[in-house]
Design a protein around this ligand. Structure first.
Ligand code: ATP
Ligand code: ATP
Ligand code: MG
Ligand code: MG
Lengths: 164, 162, 162, 164
């Protein structure tokens, strides 16, 4: 299970935010445009998502807090996720796995697994075939329901292909 | 490659029988690879028969019926690779009260073995949580998140859901 | 042909200033013909700045923000050729309570000169009607329509909206 | 304004249904799949819509009630619309304009304006440039909001082109 999420400087999270999730069903509510889907984007991003379309960004550094009337732009985006690994779903020897991703405006990018610096592909390997890697159906974004129903056969196919 | 796709497709089809029955309480849903000679490029056809009605291509069904069919397929795919957690973002937007309740039943089925994180504007979906998080933007452009107890559900997040 | 499109586009842009302000209470929305040298085939870019935030392409905005922008554009187009009646089918699906109220304000603006027929699952939208119709399917596959008074709104159509 | 709508044998309206609309704001509610959007389709159809995609049909005769567990298929579909023309928006000399469209399974098709038989193109001419003809934005269907937002530039363009 996902135990904890730390978001700092990622999209509309100008300042450090910590969310402690619980087992079972976690409900997130709030007005339009206030950052709910951005939480999903943060999780995707820290799990290694690169696709700008999936992250609703037009370039990599778009995900760094760009400023608003109430705060200046951030110089980096950082997300950490703590996953309970007591069932050893992830192939590492820790009961709690902490994955961190950090991106600076310069494009400099850092990845950590339990404080050890790694490369993006190590993040991808960690989650490969766990149901959380690429092609998992465990993250259903706003509008993805329509992709399945899409009259565009390629779009619909993609959903089934990813599952294979 | 092609065999993997076929094997996965067959399994999804089998799971779909279960998820569709849970979602619609009856009826059937058929997914077909349109061109069996060109499996890797073929389109996929989805036809369904809600209880009491006739079998139709999903393009001819209602908005809510289409959502429930998509959710049945998504859960059928999900059953293939059970994940430690599942994130759903406003998947209940097109559903009426009765369908929201069936959707929640499907979620509760899976939640015995999977943690769910669900974003919703729907009052009924929201009531079925174990924990609750409110997301707001009091300072323009800056997100704040706070957790709260169900007794605050009605007032605290009244502005976010209806 | 090309001049007609340009003329119509300019008028829509002008109307959009009004409708966007009504929809968002502030901020701005810019629609641009991407390739001025190939107007008849060019894509159309939409960028918007909700109040307090930064200007962004609409692909980067939230679901509800996108709905409100689309509605602003639709009403801006609608202002060009005022029709005797306007039919809206579940256009409020992605909106939170505050945005539903702003959407209704836009409708009420136009309803002085235009009859509206609105299909909705939203309790708040539904409350703003002058007359009400319930649509049901008690016999499988067969639609029945009945009109009812607002005092029945809560009970009669509870199954259709939330 | 639209005064009255009669639907008989069209889509899920197995039996004759009469809806008396009022001026101002008319609200239609009901569960999923029970026929609300079909009312919109009926109005489009009687105003001369031919596009199977717009009507959610894969062929012309798909709009005839096809039967269900509770009733056998209908042999024809018929929709009549009564429009208040006291403001002379429509170019005919009647205060109330009644337009009727009827389609049999054989494909035989009939059109009437105030009981006089006409052709489809007379229906199109009647509504041309009234805000109700082709390209009007007075009918916003379920999912059309997404067409405007669509990342497919051709889809988005079509919306603006129709308005011109
Ligand atoms: N890099 C960034 N810097 C600042 N703000 C950003 C950044 N990226 C996205 N945003 C803002 O985040 C907001 C969108 O948030 P999000 O999609 O999470 O909303 P939401 O709560 O899901 O709303 P809805 O209920 O409408 O779906 C947009 O207004 C957008 O401007
Ligand atoms: N020719 C037909 N004969 C019989 N039933 C039909 C026909 N065409 C469509 N239907 C049925 O009408 C139903 C769809 O109705 P409609 O789209 O009006 O629903 P709705 O009330 O708008 O629901 P939602 O709230 O989900 O959008 C489908 O179940 C479909 O099977
Ligand atoms: Mg969202
Ligand atoms: Mg509908």
């Amino acid at each position: 299970m996902l135990k904890k999420l730390l978001i700092n400087g990622f999209k509309s999270f100008a300042y450090k935010t910590v969310i402690d999730f619980s087992n079972g069903i976690n409900i997130i509510v709030g007005p339009n445009g206030c950052g709910k889907s951005n939480i999903i984007d943060a999780i995707r991003w820290v799990l290694g998502e690169q696709g700008t379309k999936m992250l609703r960004a037009s370039s990599g550094t778009d995900v760094i807090f760009g400023g608003s009337d109430a705060a200046p732009p951030a110089s980096y985006a950082e997300v950490s996720i703590i996953i309970d690994n007591s069932a050893k779903i992830l192939n590492v020897d820790f009961d709690d796995v902490v994955v961190t991703r950090k991106l600076f405006r310069s494009g400099e990018s850092y990845f950590y697994i339990n404080k050890r610096e790694v490369r993006l592909k190590d993040i991808h390997n960690l989650f490969f075939d766990t149901g959380l890697g690429k092609g998992s159906y465990s993250i259903i974004q706003q509008g993805q329901i329509d992709a399945i129903l899409s009259s565009n056969p390629a779009e619909r196919r993609a959903i089934f292909e990813e599952a294979a | 490659m092609r065999d993997e796709f076929l094997k996965s497709f067959e399994q999804i089809r089998k799971n779909l029988e279960y998820t569709f029955k849970r979602a619609f309480g009856g009826g059937e849903c058929i997914i077909e690879i349109q061109d069996r000679n060109d499996i890797l490029n073929s389109g996929i056809e989805i036809i369904a028969r809600p209880p009491g009605k006739k079998l139709k291509n999903i393009n001819l069904l209602s908005g809510g019926e289409r959502s429930m069919i998509a959710l049945s397929i998504i859960f059928a795919i999900f059953m293939r690779k059970i994940s430690p957690f599942c994130l759903l973002d406003e998947v209940d937007a097109a559903l009426d009260e009765a369908n929201v309740k069936r959707f929640i039943t499907l979620v509760e089925d899976f939640s015995k073995n999977t943690q769910f994180i669900i974003i919703t504007h729907n009052r009924i979906t929201a009531q079925h949580g174990d924990v609750f998080f409110g997301v707001t933007m009091q300072d323009p452009g800056i997100t704040k998140v706070f957790s709260f107890k169900p007794d605050y559900l009605e007032d605290t997040i009244k502005e976010g859901i209806y």
